[in-house]
Design a protein. Sequence first.
Length: 116
Amino acid sequence: MPELHEMYDIAETLKDEGKYEEAVTQLKEILTVDETYALAHLALAVVLGRLGRHKEATEHGQRACEVAPNDPFNFTALSVTFQRASQAADNATDNQRYIMLAEQAMATAHQLQGRT
């Protein structure tokens, strides 16, 4: 079996080629081996967002922050995921909720970076 970073490289290639469903499958396979692989969660957030599956995308963005809570990049990426979800929201309530969550994630990223 290939190592996780090799599996991740394959998923990234699939994503870059626009083969999003195949990338999702590859990334989920990584998570069956190591559920705490933050990069796989972040990549899933991107790919699922591109597929319009924003609820799942935000769940994976949040999971990346849970498994690596001291990495400001994860919270910045989560903020972007929430922003994209807000743009695709079907109603004003979801739109506002996602905007609030995006702002909270960015505030956490700034806090981790020592900025206020």
